[in-house]
Ligand binder design. Structure first.
Ligand SMILES: Cc1cc2nc3c(=O)[nH]c(=O)nc-3n(C[C@H](O)[C@H](O)[C@H](O)COP(=O)(O)O)c2cc1C
Length: 537
């Protein structure tokens, strides 16, 4: 497949529209062999059309102006697909590209065609098999309503409905590194569009994704206004740290509001500047002075925070490397993605619905078989073992509602096995019961040797799902907790072994259940305390 890209941006390879164009071509090349030629109009010597019509009468098909345009026309004739790529300038193509459009006159014959309502000229060459695509970004929040002139022009010279379009608003965001999560997502849709284009046509789903705003209008316009670096009120130049903080604040997702205003203080140590972002129910406010009492204080070099925002280093990794520290309530840090997510409505609703589809895990699936066994078998070995086997069998149904983990399966299998053993040799219950505590404790402790400790598989539900597993501090907190629980149950197995059959025996069930309750309270506290404590250093 021969592809010709004609990029009309004065920025050449730095063009936002060119980024989309590359993704589109890469999409095509995933499906078929591609030979791609690129023309950057800015680098070409293309003069204005003289309006002499020599290409129609004196030298048919040949322009009298001797410049790079001959090469451009040859390449247009050569290509199977021509991609017109440009940023929208005053609701049309940039000036130099318009020169190129005008200079296509040699490709047409002079005669009038009667089929066209407004008049037209037939093609000099067979263009019927050629496909055209327009890929363009514009600066306003939406492409809708901005491409009327572009469409009108291309309708006339390519034919209405005879070309594909990808128009994208908020084009300048494609060069903002800090927003690459969202712009990369958009580029992946353009990539899909390229794949689908050569396979028949862009699907409805992809078209829907492409039509989605990069960011909601309010977020984008606040970010765009802040990006100029001059005050909207006074027109004076603003400090880079202030612009950056305002842009960060504009990403605030009101839906994350939990009932209390959050005062996030950003202290840029290398620049000696601090700002507060107040996250409220109806929006946010950025304070330069008259500070409130901060909920959370981030103490960081500005350069580090910029690198985090640009995705050069992850926030959690930077914290583990002690590149910045946090004082106060740590919740906003753990849920940063929720507070300062892309705010893209579609993305959010898709995430929500996929969350509904992606069932959560539940620690209860692991605990239920064990607790049943410990309580039931302690009361009556035989009946207890039968009940436990029944519960293990029922777990199959419960599993259906949740996402099961390796530890859920291991627990059900282990308890079923121990129950069968108790039925076979009930006289050994004094060994089997402590043994079950030991097995449970070992399961927890040994999981600490793996990449993801046991509790992390369950507590991730409250911290953005599996993405939390990439957070070293989250994993570290869970490793400590998992080990604490593991050790508790290993010790439990020891005292259960020694106390069973003694006068204390009737109280064992109480002791063995009170300890985990206390441990549960500790866990709840530790989960909040430890990350905050670590980050404050
Ligand atoms: C001179 C000029 C005129 C522009 N006119 C418009 C316009 O009419 N509508 C719009 O939405 N954006 C307009 N923009 C913004 C560009 O379309 C936007 O920055 C685009 O992403 C640039 O794409 P490029 O990097 O591929 O050149 C204009 C920008 C410039 C410099």
């Amino acid at each position: 497949m021969k592809i010709l890209v004609i990029n009309g941006s004065p920025k050449g390879k730095r063009s936002n529209s060119y980024k989309l164009t590359r993704s589109f071509v890469e999409g095509i090349s995933e499906k078929t062999d591609v030979e791609c030629e690129e023309i950057f109009v800015k680098d070409k010597n293309i003069g204005t059309c003289l309006g002499c019509f020599a290409c129609w009468n004196k030298t048919p098909g040949v322009c009298v102006v001797k410049d790079d345009m001959k090469d451009v026309l040859d390449k247009i004739l050569w290509a199977d697909i021509v991609i017109w790529s440009f940023g929208l300038y005053y609701f049309n193509v940039p000036g130099k590209m318009k020169l190129l459009v005008d200079r296509q006159l040699p490709l047409a014959l002079p005669f009038m065609v009667s089929e066209s309502e407004s008049g037209g000229h037939p093609a000099r060459f067979d263009m019927s098999g050629k496909r055209h695509v327009i890929i363009s970004t514009c600066g306003f929040y939406t492409a809708k309503g901005n491409y009327g002139s572009v469409n009108a022009m291309f309708d006339h010279f390519l034919g209405k409905g005879r070309y594909e379009t990808i128009y994208c608003g908020q084009g300048e965001l494609f060069r903002v590194e800090a927003l690459h999560d969202r712009t990369d997502e958009y580029l992946s849709y353009v990539h899909s569009a390229g794949k689908e284009f050569v396979e028949g046509g862009i699907s409805e789903q992809t078209r829907e994704n492409l039509n989605e705003l990069l960011f909601p209008r309010e977020t984008f316009e606040t970010m765009a206004d802040a990006s100029w670096g001059v005050s909207k009120d006074t027109g004076e130049k603003e400090d880079e740290t202030y612009i950056f903080t305002k842009q960060m604040a504009s990403m605030y997702n009101k839906a994350s509001y939990k009932g209390n205003d959050i005062v996030l203080e950003m202290c840029y140590t290398d620049e000696g500047r601090s700002y507060q972002i107040v996250l409220k129910k109806d929006g946010y406010e950025v304070l330069k002075d008259n500070f409130l009492s901060p909920t959370t204080k981030v103490i960081t070099p500005f350069t580090v925070w910029k690198d985090i925002a640009a995705g050069k280093i992850s926030g959690s990794q930077a914290m583990m490397k002690k590149l910045y520290r946090v004082e106060g309530d740590f919740d906003v840090m753990l849920n940063w993605g929720k507070y300062f997510g892309s705010g893209n409505t579609k993305q959010t609703s898709e995430t929500n619905s996929s969350n509904k589809k992606d069932k959560g895990t539940s620690l209860m699936l692991t605990l239920i078989p064990w607790i049943t066994f410990w309580v039931a078998a302690a009361i009556d070995t035989y009946a207890g073992a039968l009940v436990s086997i029944g519960v293990c069998a029922l777990m199959g149904i419960i599993f259906f509602r949740f996402r099961k983990t390796f530890y859920d399966m291991l627990s059900t299998t282990a308890v079923a096995g121990l129950s069968v053993l108790a039925l076979q040799v009930p006289e050994m219950i004094n060994l089997i019961l402590p043994g079950s505590y030991l097995a449970f404790g070992l399961m927890w402790s040994l999981s600490c040797l793996t990449k993801v400790p046991l509790t992390a598989w369950y507590s991730m539900n409250s911290y953005n799902g599996e993405s939390a597993l990439q957070n070293p501090l989250f994993v570290r907190t869970n490793r400590i907790l998992t080990l604490a629980w593991g050790v508790l149950y290993i010790i439990t197995s020891v005292w259960t072994f020694f106390l069973m059959g003694t006068p204390v025996s009737p109280y064992l069930a109480i002791i063995n259940n009170v300890m985990p309750i206390l441990m549960g309270i500790f866990t709840k506290w530790f989960q909040n305390w430890y990350p905050a404590h670590y980050a404050s250093k």
